[in-house]
Design a protein around this ligand. Structure first.
Ligand SMILES: *[C@@H]1O[C@H](CO)[C@@H](O)[C@H](O)[C@H]1NC(C)=O
Ligand SMILES: *[C@@H]1O[C@H](CO)[C@@H](O)[C@H](O)[C@H]1NC(C)=O
Ligand SMILES: *[C@@H]1O[C@H](CO)[C@@H](O)[C@H](O)[C@H]1NC(C)=O
Ligand SMILES: *[C@@H]1O[C@H](CO)[C@@H](O)[C@H](O)[C@H]1NC(C)=O
Ligand SMILES: *[C@@H]1O[C@H](CO)[C@@H](O)[C@H](O)[C@H]1NC(C)=O
Ligand SMILES: *[C@@H]1O[C@H](CO)[C@@H](O)[C@H](O)[C@H]1NC(C)=O
Ligand SMILES: *[C@@H]1O[C@H](CO)[C@@H](O)[C@H](O)[C@H]1NC(C)=O
Length: 560
């Protein structure tokens, strides 16, 4: 039974009516009463918004993870407009087969990163052929009796040309997901039978090289590892296919200075499967890609509760830690990426995974994954579904777009061991700064009622004559006596405070330091300007807000 929304509305109306009647019939008598209620409700709001203190401890002796300089990555998918989940069709024209490449916001949004990594792939990649001269090249057709509910589709070479020209212009670094089911049959139990047919991949890679397009990496398959999604390939077979792909890429690029990466399997983590696969690809795999949807299905009505629960957010660190151990113990050269992560699977959830609240999940996962030495994190999606960085129809950036851009501009490659002593609802990460010396903190307040005042403590800091923040804090009294215009003014940090418009976590509009972030009528991405705060003050993290704080004056060995 649907919750009786009309009942709620009606009862609210009746209460209001009663209240108004009370006030007008006995106006003199009730005036004080009404004002009293107003004051009480005001003051209870005030009381509820409390403040607490805590300290971020940063161990700057050595970094605990080192990301790619272009850690931020976003995906483009194949889903056609008639891909629907739970009765909603959220893809529009966001497939890279039909995306409007002339949209100025799209170009500006990617260019703002210079470079943004883009991973092209998704479920239907394992049902795609690449156009060959004289052969038919038709698009996906919905068909529920087919695996993944669509017919085979085709990438035309004219579209491939358009995409590559666009990526060059937008300064994107491209990973392309190859069809790993080509040549195999799927048994009724979902296991894929036979070896990979390389002919299509070879023809696409040769075409790409002949045209002079730069592809950063070729990834084999999508979600076929472990138990697979819809179909699965054994680790042993997958390893032998990847060895063949590596030879193919090597041969085609003989004499080239830069060779594209080989990535696989682009699937959900399964320790035994991944271990066997990695052990059997010692020389032919540069990147192990895993997919993460730790919020569960998009249809879940409690996604927001999960996102705001620190214990829930922490679960996924098990996966990062386990993969890191496998890589360490295997002796492989391969590194770990999150090849696809959209929060909630089956296209996300409107007004959650494309709204402000999503940044609590997204930025937290960027912080967590980098602290486990993940090199790149690909967000599902750049555009498309209900989890896009950009709105699927208007291309206007959603809050997570700006979160990603701030991370990209502020957080350097080295992740530092960081812990917070204080409320569990405050999540803290620190990296060496990207563009300046010193460190940058990411602080996430999952509490809607409590402001957190954060102090910083570094251990084992560089003793080379540079003042550290710790010392500043110890010296606060002395410094307070120094007059304006002297040294004190130099000792500031730059802060970026993100909040939801009107405090509504479902809002698709985000405020930076209290001002709405919006593209202008030419589709230009707005500047992201910090506020400057004296270093001796604690960092103030408002309820339900996210803060980046760039501090040039904290020097630690890991950032030298
Ligand atoms: C800081 O990290 C270093 C090396 O990463 C470690 O040896 C040291 O014990 C850590 N210090 C503290 C206080 O945890
Ligand atoms: C749907 O797929 C099945 C199985 O491949 C095929 O037999 C059938 O002809 C397809 N239907 C349409 C309408 O294309
Ligand atoms: C895209 O933006 C429009 C206009 O603000 C909004 O109505 C729509 O809900 C947004 N679409 C999605 C999927 O968020
Ligand atoms: C703030 O605290 C009050 C009282 O405990 C609670 O009813 C309310 O839901 C809280 N608000 C948020 C956003 O957590
Ligand atoms: C939009 O902003 C860009 C960059 O800030 C600027 O060059 C352009 O003139 C602006 N367009 C309009 C219509 O204001
Ligand atoms: C603190 O940082 C600012 C800006 O980076 C710099 O100008 C100033 O000299 C630094 N102060 C100290 C004491 O290192
Ligand atoms: C101390 O180290 C910082 C960080 O590299 C450097 O910028 C600064 O110049 C050094 N100070 C001295 C006095 O050597």
């Amino acid at each position: 039974m649907a919750p009786s929304q009309t009942d709620i509305k009606t009862s609210t109306k009746q209460t209001t009516l009663f209240y108004l009647m009370g006030c007008s019939f006995f106006s003199v008598l009730f005036l004080f009463f009404c004002v009293g209620i107003y004051l009480v409700s005001k003051s209870s709001v005030f009381v509820a918004s409390q403040s607490t203190e805590g300290t971020v401890f940063i161990n700057g002796t050595a970094s605990i993870g080192s990301t790619d300089h272009d850690f931020i990555c976003a995906t483009l998918d194949w889903w056609p407009p008639d891909k629907c989940d739970y009765g909603t069709c959220s893809w529009g024209r966001a497939s890279f087969l039909n995306l409007d490449l002339t949209n100025p916001i799209l170009l500006n949004a990617i260019k703002a990163f210079s470079p943004l990594k883009i991973r092209m792939g998704g479920t239907l990649q394992d049902k795609v052929i690449y156009e060959r001269q004289g052969e038919p090249c038709t698009t996906f057709v919905k068909n529920s009796s087919e695996i993944f509910s669509f017919s085979q589709g085709c990438l035309s070479m004219s579209r491939w040309d358009e995409l590559n020209n666009f990526f060059r212009q937008a300064v994107a670094t491209v990973i392309f997901g190859l069809n790993a089911l080509k040549g195999r049959t799927i048994a009724p139990d979902g296991s894929a039978v036979g070896a990979w047919d390389t002919s299509d991949a070879e023809s696409l890679i040769r075409y790409t090289v002949n045209r002079g397009y730069r592809i950063h990496g070729w990834e084999l398959g999508n979600e076929l590892s472990g138990n697979g999604v819809g179909a699965r390939v054994s680790a042993d077979q997958y390893a032998s296919d990847v060895n063949i792909l590596q030879n193919l890429v090597d041969n085609i690029h003989t004499g080239f200075k830069d060779k594209p990466l080989v990535l696989a399997p682009g699937g959900f983590f399964d320790a035994n499967w991944f271990k066997e696969f990695i052990d059997k690809t010692p020389k032919s795999l540069q990147v192990v890609t895993q997919h993460i949807y730790n919020l569960g299905p998009g249809v879940d009505d409690h996604l927001m509760d999960k996102i705001l629960d620190p214990a829930y957010l922490d679960h996924v660190s098990q996966t990062f830690s386990s993969l890191r151990e496998i890589l360490k113990s295997s002796g492989t050269q391969a590194v770990a990426w999150v090849g696809e992560a959209g929060g909630a699977y089956n296209s996300g959830h409107n007004q959650v995974t494309n709204a402000f609240v999503s940044s609590f999940w997204y930025l937290d996962q960027l912080g967590l994954s980098s602290s486990y030495d993940t090199k790149t994190h690909c967000r599902q999606t750049l555009i498309g579904g209900n989890y896009g960085l950009l709105n699927t129809t208007t291309f206007v950036p959603n809050p997570d777009y700006y979160s990603a851009l701030l991370w990209h501009r502020l957080m350097g490659r080295n992740a530092l061991s960081t812990s917070f002593s204080g409320t569990k609802k405050l999540r803290a990460y620190a990296h060496c700064s990207k563009a300046t010396q010193g460190i940058t903190l990411l602080l996430i307040n999952l509490d809607g009622n409590t402001t957190v005042q954060v102090s910083i403590s570094t251990e084992n800091v560089a003793r080379n004559g540079t003042w550290t923040l710790q010392e500043y804090q110890n010296q606060r009294e002395n410094f307070a006596r120094i007059t304006r215009g002297s040294k004190v003014d130099e000792n500031i940090r730059e802060e970026y405070h993100l909040t939801a418009k009107d405090g509504d976590l479902h809002s698709q509009i985000v405020l930076l330091n209290g001002k709405i972030l919006a593209v202008n009528s030419s589709g230009a991405i707005p500047p992201l300007d910090p506020i400057r705060v004296g270093l001796s003050n604690p960092i103030t993290i408002a309820p339900f807000s996210i803060v980046f704080a760039q501090i040039s004056n904290i020097t630690v060995p890991a950032c030298i």
